[in-house]
Design a protein around this ligand. Structure first.
Ligand code: FE
Length: 165
């Protein structure tokens, strides 16, 4: 009986990532807007996908935005909602946001802090009340924000490289 040969493992497979999602060091959180921070987990330069934690430490509107591609989320702490929908995403909630959707993210008044894991592909297109574009983010703008923040706070610009693939 001849055995099937073992499938060789390529040396080109990128390294895995395994980290505590909630960092011990607060410097890992990258400020993005007033009371809004993100913590990178995976920044994929091939597919344009990125995974991060979003932390909001105030109530009120966070952003109005449009998604060209799908978004998946899991609420770790606190709660939030979209003005366009009746549901509230609270601790333990899973959220699927379909491509093409425009919505306004809001943290309710009775929530002091929310933290949510988001898996985003493509871009975040920020819009005003009339749907006109006022901002844009993708995995590359995220990488740039991380580099600048980590260079300034002592972690070092290359700290972000551990999350890049
Ligand atoms: Fe969204």
């Amino acid at each position: 009986m001849s055995q099937t040969p073992a499938i060789p493992i390529s040396g080109d497979v990128p390294p895995e990532i395994a980290v505590a999602a909630l960092p011990d060091d607060d410097r890992v959180w990258v400020p993005q807007a007033d009371g809004v921070f993100f913590r990178p987990l995976l920044l994929n330069r091939i597919t344009g996908q990125w995974c991060n934690l979003l932390k909001v430490t105030r109530s009120g509107i966070v952003s109005r935005h449009r998604h060209p591609s799908l978004v998946l989320g899991y609420v770790i702490k606190g709660k939030w909602k979209y003005d366009e929908h009746d549901w509230v995403a609270d601790e333990g909630s899973f959220v699927y946001e379909p491509p093409g959707e425009i919505h306004c993210l809001r943290v309710p008044d009775d929530c002091a802090e929310m933290i949510t894991f988001f898996n985003i592909t493509g871009a975040m297109i920020y819009v005003d009340e009339n749907g006109r574009q006022v901002g844009y983010e993708d995995t590359f703008t995220k990488i740039d924000l991380c580099r600048a923040h980590y260079a300034a706070n002592g972690l070092g610009a290359d700290y972000v490289d551990r999350f890049c693939r």
